[in-house]
Design a binder for this molecule. Structure first.
Ligand SMILES: [Fe+2]
Length: 381
């Protein structure tokens, strides 16, 4: 395949995508496609952008076009696999990923994705082996999760001991270590954030007009919804809402960064890695969660965040604990040897922004009336 576009354009597009400037990248791609409509690079870039924007069907369509030009194109196969997985079609995604291993057996990223599909299907032994092959991203943490989930606590503890001498900054290991300390009645030796329930902080942004405008904007937004196994009777947007060129989301970003600074000032003297290694450069990733009657979100942590939070735009009627956020040490169906796990339930008002270490489990208590709309975010190091 001959590429008729020059290297400068290729570099520029790759840079724009990497820095999150997706609309500018798309503009350049569409312009360049007029010169070379069969450029694999341009089509793969476009497919990736659609994926990042949550336009999963468009992403698949473009990648299928690439496969007509080059049926073994690994990037296109990966894009399709990722989009199918995101749509919740894991079995179809697995087929695409296994096909890639026929072309490139040691592809780390693909081995990892296959491991994740087995992990989600609760096939932890198979998942463990693919994570081990992958050596990709958080494969080590995932291997520990597999051992813990199967209940092989001795093997888990020996893996955990190996981690203590490394920088104690993994949110996943922190949550596992906290769980194991309660579950197995052992010391929590992992020093990311030992008592995460003490690090929950809430403040109200006190700006009704802004909240109202944000709700109106969200109502009008057209976006494919991400598959979210943890979420019941609700929808969650795909992609990063802060990557949109939009004045409300830009203002919201500033409001969140201000709140994060207040949070840091409050806890700055605490002696743990969560505060000591506080990220100097901060990236924000955000998504909208829209829940209707009987909606709830199962306990989870935000592995990729450092500090996480939620801004509440619309809440259901206050009946008992309905619609409140509950924090705790237990989640992800980790095996429990007893039920004595600490938790904290926090009541919420519209305009509240709540922040907590990303290693802390949290869930939404099911509610019966009306809607609950919030913007969740992670500050990533
Ligand atoms: Fe969350």
């Amino acid at each position: 395949m001959t590429e008729k576009i020059n290297q400068n354009i290729i570099n520029k597009i790759a840079y724009l995508i990497k820095s999150g400037n997706l609309s500018a990248a798309k503009k350049d791609i569409n312009y360049a496609l007029k010169k070379d409509s069969n450029s694999i690079f341009l089509l793969n870039s476009l497919s990736l952008i659609f994926f990042k924007e949550g336009k999963l069907n468009e992403s698949i369509d473009i990648s299928k076009k690439i496969l007509l030009l080059d049926d073994n194109n690994v990037d296109a196969l990966i894009n399709i696999g990722n989009s199918l997985k995101e749509k919740g079609e894991s079995k179809s995604a697995l087929k695409f990923f296994l096909k890639i291993l026929e072309i490139d057996k040691s592809n780390e990223y693909v081995n990892y994705n296959i491991a994740m599909i087995f992990y989600d299907a609760k096939e932890f032994n198979k998942a463990f082996e693919f994570f081990k092959l992958s050596k990709y991203a958080d494969f080590n943490e995932k291997m520990m999760q597999c051992k813990y989930k199967i209940g092989h606590f001795e093997e888990f503890n020996s893996m955990l001991n190996n981690e203590i001498n490394k920088p104690n900054i993994s949110r996943t290991i922190s949550s596992l270590s906290a769980h194991a300390s309660v579950n197995l009645k052992q010391k929590d030796k992992y020093k990311f954030c030992n008592n995460p329930l003490d690090f929950i902080y809430k403040k109200n942004i006190d700006n009704h007009r802004f909240i109202k405008e944000l709700i109106e904007k969200i109502d009008k937004m057209e976006i494919d919804n991400r598959n979210q196994d943890l979420l019941k009777n609700g929808e969650q947007t795909a992609g990063n809402i802060f990557e949109k060129a939009d004045k409300h989301f830009s203002s919201l970003k500033e409001i969140i960064f201000e709140a994060i600074n207040v949070y840091y000032k409050k806890f700055q003297d605490e002696n743990n890695e969560f505060i000591r290694q506080w990220p100097k450069s901060k990236n924000i990733n955000g998504w909208i969660i829209n829940m209707s009657e009987n909606g709830f979100l199962k306990p989870h942590i935000h592995e990729e965040g450092w500090i996480s939070g939620t801004l509440y735009l619309k809440l259901p009627k206050k009946i008992n604990d309905q619609g409140k956020i509950k924090f705790g040490i237990h989640g992800y169906d980790y095996p429990k040897l007893h039920d004595d796990f600490p938790s904290k339930t926090v009541s919420l008002d519209e305009g509240d922004i709540i922040m907590f270490p990303s290693s802390l489990f949290h869930e939404t208590i099911p509610f019966q009336e009306e809607k609950r709309i919030c913007v969740a975010f992670d500050i990533n190091p």
